[in-house]
Design a protein. Structure first.
Length: 339
Protein backbone atom coordinates (compact mmCIF):
# COMPACT_ATOMS: atom_id res chain seq x y z
CA UNK A 1 0.00 0.00 0.00
CA UNK A 2 1.24 3.49 -0.87
CA UNK A 3 2.10 5.49 2.25
CA UNK A 4 0.33 8.84 2.47
CA UNK A 5 2.08 11.17 2.55
CA UNK A 6 4.95 9.75 0.48
CA UNK A 7 8.27 11.53 0.96
CA UNK A 8 10.76 11.30 -1.91
CA UNK A 9 14.27 12.73 -2.12
CA UNK A 10 15.36 13.48 -5.71
CA UNK A 11 18.84 14.09 -7.10
CA UNK A 12 19.68 15.77 -10.44
CA UNK A 13 23.29 15.75 -11.66
CA UNK A 14 23.14 15.37 -15.44
CA UNK A 15 25.24 18.40 -16.35
CA UNK A 16 26.70 21.23 -14.28
CA UNK A 17 24.07 21.85 -11.59
CA UNK A 18 23.75 19.70 -8.46
CA UNK A 19 20.05 19.67 -7.61
CA UNK A 20 18.35 18.06 -4.62
CA UNK A 21 14.65 18.25 -3.83
CA UNK A 22 12.32 16.74 -1.23
CA UNK A 23 8.70 16.07 -2.17
CA UNK A 24 5.62 15.29 -0.16
CA UNK A 25 3.48 13.43 -2.71
CA UNK A 26 3.32 15.77 -5.75
CA UNK A 27 4.27 18.90 -3.80
CA UNK A 28 7.72 20.40 -3.33
CA UNK A 29 9.03 20.83 0.22
CA UNK A 30 12.49 21.97 -0.88
CA UNK A 31 14.30 22.48 -4.18
CA UNK A 32 17.99 23.34 -3.85
CA UNK A 33 20.39 23.90 -6.76
CA UNK A 34 24.16 24.27 -6.30
CA UNK A 35 25.40 26.07 -9.44
CA UNK A 36 28.92 25.54 -10.76
CA UNK A 37 30.40 28.90 -11.75
CA UNK A 38 33.74 27.32 -12.64
CA UNK A 39 32.63 26.68 -16.28
CA UNK A 40 31.98 30.36 -17.08
CA UNK A 41 35.63 31.12 -17.76
CA UNK A 42 35.94 28.19 -20.20
CA UNK A 43 32.97 29.12 -22.39
CA UNK A 44 31.24 25.76 -21.85
CA UNK A 45 30.89 22.86 -19.42
CA UNK A 46 34.14 20.94 -18.78
CA UNK A 47 32.93 17.40 -17.92
CA UNK A 48 35.77 16.46 -15.56
CA UNK A 49 35.40 19.70 -13.58
CA UNK A 50 31.62 19.19 -13.47
CA UNK A 51 31.87 15.72 -11.93
CA UNK A 52 34.42 16.87 -9.37
CA UNK A 53 32.18 19.79 -8.37
CA UNK A 54 29.19 17.40 -8.05
CA UNK A 55 31.28 15.27 -5.67
CA UNK A 56 32.04 18.30 -3.54
CA UNK A 57 28.46 19.61 -3.62
CA UNK A 58 26.28 16.54 -3.25
CA UNK A 59 26.52 15.88 0.50
CA UNK A 60 25.96 19.51 1.61
CA UNK A 61 23.15 19.96 -0.97
CA UNK A 62 21.30 16.85 0.28
CA UNK A 63 21.76 18.11 3.82
CA UNK A 64 20.34 21.57 3.03
CA UNK A 65 17.39 20.10 1.06
CA UNK A 66 16.41 17.83 3.98
CA UNK A 67 16.76 20.67 6.51
CA UNK A 68 14.70 23.08 4.37
CA UNK A 69 12.01 20.42 3.97
CA UNK A 70 12.00 19.72 7.71
CA UNK A 71 12.29 15.98 7.03
CA UNK A 72 14.71 13.46 8.57
CA UNK A 73 16.29 11.00 6.16
CA UNK A 74 14.66 8.12 8.07
CA UNK A 75 11.24 9.50 7.03
CA UNK A 76 11.98 9.16 3.29
CA UNK A 77 10.14 6.48 1.26
CA UNK A 78 12.31 6.48 -1.90
CA UNK A 79 15.31 8.08 -3.62
CA UNK A 80 14.89 9.24 -7.25
CA UNK A 81 17.85 10.17 -9.43
CA UNK A 82 18.60 11.18 -13.03
CA UNK A 83 19.66 8.10 -15.00
CA UNK A 84 20.36 10.09 -18.20
CA UNK A 85 20.81 11.59 -20.71
CA UNK A 86 23.74 13.74 -19.64
CA UNK A 87 27.46 13.75 -18.96
CA UNK A 88 28.62 10.30 -17.81
CA UNK A 89 30.89 11.51 -14.96
CA UNK A 90 28.19 13.86 -13.63
CA UNK A 91 25.46 11.20 -13.85
CA UNK A 92 27.67 8.69 -12.01
CA UNK A 93 28.08 10.98 -8.99
CA UNK A 94 24.29 11.34 -8.61
CA UNK A 95 23.51 7.68 -9.26
CA UNK A 96 26.22 6.34 -6.93
CA UNK A 97 25.04 8.64 -4.16
CA UNK A 98 21.37 7.72 -4.73
CA UNK A 99 22.15 3.98 -4.74
CA UNK A 100 24.16 4.20 -1.52
CA UNK A 101 21.53 6.28 0.24
CA UNK A 102 18.66 4.00 -0.84
CA UNK A 103 20.66 0.95 0.24
CA UNK A 104 21.60 2.46 3.61
CA UNK A 105 17.99 3.47 4.34
CA UNK A 106 16.60 0.24 2.80
CA UNK A 107 14.11 2.11 0.62
CA UNK A 108 13.38 1.89 -3.14
CA UNK A 109 15.54 3.52 -5.79
CA UNK A 110 13.86 5.19 -8.80
CA UNK A 111 15.67 5.96 -12.10
CA UNK A 112 14.35 9.00 -13.98
CA UNK A 113 14.74 10.14 -17.60
CA UNK A 114 15.91 13.78 -17.52
CA UNK A 115 13.83 14.84 -20.55
CA UNK A 116 10.65 13.19 -19.22
CA UNK A 117 11.26 15.24 -16.11
CA UNK A 118 11.50 18.56 -18.01
CA UNK A 119 8.02 17.86 -19.45
CA UNK A 120 6.41 16.31 -16.38
CA UNK A 121 7.49 19.27 -14.22
CA UNK A 122 4.06 20.64 -15.18
CA UNK A 123 2.54 18.06 -12.81
CA UNK A 124 4.24 19.50 -9.71
CA UNK A 125 1.20 20.55 -7.75
CA UNK A 126 0.99 24.22 -6.94
CA UNK A 127 -2.75 24.47 -7.39
CA UNK A 128 -2.40 25.27 -11.11
CA UNK A 129 -4.21 23.69 -14.07
CA UNK A 130 -2.28 20.67 -15.43
CA UNK A 131 -2.08 19.33 -18.99
CA UNK A 132 -4.49 16.53 -19.97
CA UNK A 133 -3.13 13.53 -21.92
CA UNK A 134 -2.43 13.51 -24.81
CA UNK A 135 -0.62 16.84 -25.09
CA UNK A 136 2.32 18.19 -27.08
CA UNK A 137 5.55 18.46 -25.09
CA UNK A 138 8.30 20.70 -26.44
CA UNK A 139 11.72 20.14 -24.86
CA UNK A 140 14.06 23.05 -25.48
CA UNK A 141 17.34 22.85 -23.61
CA UNK A 142 21.09 22.94 -24.00
CA UNK A 143 21.12 19.32 -25.17
CA UNK A 144 17.67 18.75 -26.70
CA UNK A 145 15.09 20.17 -29.06
CA UNK A 146 12.16 17.84 -29.50
CA UNK A 147 8.43 17.91 -30.11
CA UNK A 148 6.76 15.00 -28.31
CA UNK A 149 3.29 13.55 -28.20
CA UNK A 150 2.85 12.85 -24.49
CA UNK A 151 0.32 10.01 -24.17
CA UNK A 152 0.78 9.32 -20.46
CA UNK A 153 3.36 9.81 -17.70
CA UNK A 154 5.48 7.04 -19.15
CA UNK A 155 4.59 6.99 -22.86
CA UNK A 156 6.00 9.75 -25.08
CA UNK A 157 6.49 9.67 -28.86
CA UNK A 158 9.05 11.85 -30.66
CA UNK A 159 7.32 13.71 -33.53
CA UNK A 160 10.33 15.83 -34.44
CA UNK A 161 13.78 16.74 -33.17
CA UNK A 162 16.94 18.61 -34.04
CA UNK A 163 19.14 17.11 -36.71
CA UNK A 164 22.22 18.93 -35.36
CA UNK A 165 22.58 21.53 -32.56
CA UNK A 166 20.02 21.95 -29.80
CA UNK A 167 18.32 25.34 -29.50
CA UNK A 168 20.14 26.13 -26.23
CA UNK A 169 23.42 25.34 -27.99
CA UNK A 170 22.49 27.77 -30.77
CA UNK A 171 21.89 30.44 -28.13
CA UNK A 172 25.13 29.69 -26.26
CA UNK A 173 27.33 29.45 -29.36
CA UNK A 174 26.05 32.70 -30.88
CA UNK A 175 26.34 34.35 -27.46
CA UNK A 176 30.01 33.30 -27.41
CA UNK A 177 30.50 35.04 -30.77
CA UNK A 178 29.10 38.19 -29.16
CA UNK A 179 31.64 37.88 -26.32
CA UNK A 180 29.24 36.64 -23.60
CA UNK A 181 30.39 34.07 -21.04
CA UNK A 182 28.73 30.63 -20.74
CA UNK A 183 25.76 30.11 -20.69
CA UNK A 184 24.98 33.08 -22.92
CA UNK A 185 21.34 32.21 -23.72
CA UNK A 186 19.90 34.24 -20.82
CA UNK A 187 22.07 37.25 -21.82
CA UNK A 188 20.83 37.24 -25.43
CA UNK A 189 17.31 37.13 -23.98
CA UNK A 190 18.08 40.05 -21.65
CA UNK A 191 19.57 42.36 -24.31
CA UNK A 192 16.87 41.33 -26.83
CA UNK A 193 14.25 43.06 -24.68
CA UNK A 194 15.68 46.49 -25.59
CA UNK A 195 16.36 45.87 -29.29
CA UNK A 196 14.55 45.88 -32.63
CA UNK A 197 13.79 42.27 -33.70
CA UNK A 198 13.59 43.32 -37.37
CA UNK A 199 16.92 45.24 -37.39
CA UNK A 200 18.81 42.35 -39.03
CA UNK A 201 17.32 39.51 -41.03
CA UNK A 202 18.64 35.95 -40.77
CA UNK A 203 17.34 33.17 -42.98
CA UNK A 204 15.54 30.26 -41.39
CA UNK A 205 16.59 26.70 -42.29
CA UNK A 206 14.32 24.62 -44.49
CA UNK A 207 13.92 21.31 -42.68
CA UNK A 208 11.38 18.59 -43.49
CA UNK A 209 8.41 17.87 -41.24
CA UNK A 210 8.75 18.59 -37.55
CA UNK A 211 12.55 18.37 -37.38
CA UNK A 212 14.83 21.29 -36.59
CA UNK A 213 18.31 22.45 -37.58
CA UNK A 214 20.22 25.18 -35.77
CA UNK A 215 23.85 24.76 -36.87
CA UNK A 216 23.39 26.85 -40.07
CA UNK A 217 22.07 29.80 -38.09
CA UNK A 218 25.19 29.86 -35.91
CA UNK A 219 27.44 29.87 -39.03
CA UNK A 220 25.30 32.55 -40.67
CA UNK A 221 25.61 34.78 -37.60
CA UNK A 222 29.37 34.18 -37.47
CA UNK A 223 29.81 35.42 -41.10
CA UNK A 224 27.40 38.30 -40.50
CA UNK A 225 29.44 39.47 -37.50
CA UNK A 226 32.80 39.00 -39.25
CA UNK A 227 31.64 41.09 -42.25
CA UNK A 228 30.26 43.90 -40.13
CA UNK A 229 33.19 44.00 -37.70
CA UNK A 230 35.54 44.40 -40.70
CA UNK A 231 33.63 47.57 -41.68
CA UNK A 232 33.14 48.79 -38.10
CA UNK A 233 35.20 47.26 -35.28
CA UNK A 234 32.65 48.56 -32.74
CA UNK A 235 29.71 46.93 -34.59
CA UNK A 236 28.79 44.55 -31.75
CA UNK A 237 28.98 47.16 -28.97
CA UNK A 238 27.01 49.72 -31.00
CA UNK A 239 24.27 47.30 -32.04
CA UNK A 240 24.17 44.74 -29.23
CA UNK A 241 20.47 45.01 -28.38
CA UNK A 242 19.37 44.93 -32.05
CA UNK A 243 21.64 41.94 -32.83
CA UNK A 244 20.29 40.02 -29.80
CA UNK A 245 16.67 40.90 -30.63
CA UNK A 246 17.12 39.79 -34.25
CA UNK A 247 18.75 36.47 -33.22
CA UNK A 248 15.99 35.87 -30.66
CA UNK A 249 13.29 36.72 -33.21
CA UNK A 250 14.75 34.19 -35.69
CA UNK A 251 15.09 31.38 -33.13
CA UNK A 252 11.61 31.94 -31.69
CA UNK A 253 10.05 31.99 -35.14
CA UNK A 254 11.83 28.70 -36.07
CA UNK A 255 10.37 27.12 -32.91
CA UNK A 256 6.89 28.61 -33.39
CA UNK A 257 6.67 27.49 -37.07
CA UNK A 258 7.25 23.88 -36.01
CA UNK A 259 4.95 24.04 -32.98
CA UNK A 260 2.18 25.42 -35.21
CA UNK A 261 2.85 22.64 -37.70
CA UNK A 262 2.68 20.01 -34.91
CA UNK A 263 -0.65 21.36 -33.64
CA UNK A 264 -2.09 21.31 -37.17
CA UNK A 265 -0.80 17.77 -37.81
CA UNK A 266 -1.97 16.20 -34.54
CA UNK A 267 -5.00 18.41 -33.81
CA UNK A 268 -3.74 18.51 -30.22
CA UNK A 269 -4.19 22.03 -28.86
CA UNK A 270 -2.38 21.72 -25.53
CA UNK A 271 1.30 22.67 -25.69
CA UNK A 272 3.65 22.30 -22.70
CA UNK A 273 7.24 23.56 -22.92
CA UNK A 274 10.16 22.48 -20.76
CA UNK A 275 13.96 22.76 -20.49
CA UNK A 276 16.31 25.68 -19.93
CA UNK A 277 15.21 27.64 -23.01
CA UNK A 278 11.61 27.64 -21.74
CA UNK A 279 12.82 30.45 -19.43
CA UNK A 280 13.17 32.60 -22.57
CA UNK A 281 10.87 35.63 -22.64
CA UNK A 282 10.57 35.53 -26.44
CA UNK A 283 9.20 31.97 -26.61
CA UNK A 284 6.97 32.50 -23.55
CA UNK A 285 5.48 35.63 -25.09
CA UNK A 286 4.99 34.02 -28.54
CA UNK A 287 3.15 31.05 -26.99
CA UNK A 288 0.95 33.30 -24.87
CA UNK A 289 -0.02 35.22 -28.02
CA UNK A 290 -1.05 31.96 -29.74
CA UNK A 291 -3.15 31.09 -26.72
CA UNK A 292 -4.95 34.43 -26.93
CA UNK A 293 -5.57 34.33 -30.67
CA UNK A 294 -6.26 30.61 -31.14
CA UNK A 295 -7.94 27.84 -29.25
CA UNK A 296 -4.69 26.68 -27.60
CA UNK A 297 -3.92 25.88 -23.99
CA UNK A 298 -0.30 26.66 -23.27
CA UNK A 299 1.67 25.39 -20.26
CA UNK A 300 4.77 27.39 -19.32
CA UNK A 301 6.81 26.21 -16.33
CA UNK A 302 7.59 28.43 -13.37
CA UNK A 303 11.07 29.89 -13.75
CA UNK A 304 12.67 27.61 -11.12
CA UNK A 305 11.48 24.50 -13.00
CA UNK A 306 12.91 25.56 -16.39
CA UNK A 307 16.68 25.04 -16.04
CA UNK A 308 17.95 21.83 -14.47
CA UNK A 309 16.48 21.14 -11.03
CA UNK A 310 15.67 18.11 -8.89
CA UNK A 311 12.01 19.00 -8.25
CA UNK A 312 11.20 17.79 -11.78
CA UNK A 313 13.11 14.53 -11.10
CA UNK A 314 11.09 14.14 -7.90
CA UNK A 315 7.69 14.49 -9.59
CA UNK A 316 8.55 11.71 -12.05
CA UNK A 317 9.86 9.76 -9.05
CA UNK A 318 6.51 10.19 -7.33
CA UNK A 319 4.50 8.88 -10.32
CA UNK A 320 6.94 5.98 -10.75
CA UNK A 321 6.58 5.25 -7.03
CA UNK A 322 2.79 5.05 -7.39
CA UNK A 323 3.33 2.69 -10.34
CA UNK A 324 5.95 0.68 -8.37
CA UNK A 325 8.60 1.26 -11.09
CA UNK A 326 11.70 0.69 -9.00
CA UNK A 327 15.34 0.18 -10.03
CA UNK A 328 17.87 -2.06 -8.33
CA UNK A 329 21.52 -1.43 -7.51
CA UNK A 330 22.62 -2.77 -10.92
CA UNK A 331 20.90 0.10 -12.79
CA UNK A 332 23.41 1.94 -15.01
CA UNK A 333 23.74 5.62 -15.89
CA UNK A 334 23.14 6.34 -19.57
CA UNK A 335 24.66 9.38 -21.30
CA UNK A 336 22.13 8.81 -24.12
CA UNK A 337 18.67 7.34 -23.73
CA UNK A 338 15.77 7.28 -26.15
CA UNK A 339 12.58 9.01 -25.06
O1 LIG B 1 17.71 22.40 -19.29
P1 LIG B 1 19.01 23.06 -19.07
O2 LIG B 1 19.25 23.74 -17.73
O3 LIG B 1 20.18 22.06 -19.26
C1 LIG B 1 20.14 21.05 -20.23
O4 LIG B 1 19.50 19.99 -19.95
O5 LIG B 1 20.68 21.31 -21.31
O6 LIG B 1 19.20 24.12 -20.25
C2 LIG B 1 20.31 24.95 -20.32
C3 LIG B 1 20.20 25.82 -21.58
C4 LIG B 1 21.45 26.63 -21.88
O7 LIG B 1 21.75 26.45 -23.25
C5 LIG B 1 21.02 28.07 -21.58
O8 LIG B 1 21.70 29.04 -22.35
C6 LIG B 1 19.56 28.01 -21.96
O9 LIG B 1 19.12 26.77 -21.44
N1 LIG B 1 18.78 29.11 -21.37
C7 LIG B 1 18.24 30.11 -22.10
C8 LIG B 1 17.59 30.97 -21.19
N2 LIG B 1 17.76 30.47 -19.92
C9 LIG B 1 18.50 29.32 -20.06
N3 LIG B 1 18.24 30.33 -23.43
C10 LIG B 1 17.58 31.43 -23.87
N4 LIG B 1 16.94 32.29 -23.05
C11 LIG B 1 16.92 32.12 -21.72
N5 LIG B 1 16.29 32.99 -20.93
ZN1 LIG C 1 17.89 19.83 -18.73
Amino acid sequence: MTPNPTYILAIESSCDDTGVSVLKNDQILSNVVAKQDIHEEYGGVIPELASRAHQANIVPTVDIALKKAGIRKEELHAIAFTQGPGLMGSLLVGSSFAKSMAMALDIPLIAVHHMHAHILAHFIDEGQEKPQFPFLGVTISGGHTQILKVNSFFDMEVLGETTDDAVGEAYDKTAKLLGFSYPGGPLIDKYAQEGNPKAFVFTKPKVEGLNFSFSGLKTQIMYFLQKNIKENPAFIQENLADICASIQHTIVSILMDKINHAVAQTQIYQVAIGGGVSANKGIRCALEKEQESKDWKVFIPKFEYTTDNAAMIGIVGYYKYLDQQFADATVVSKPRIEI
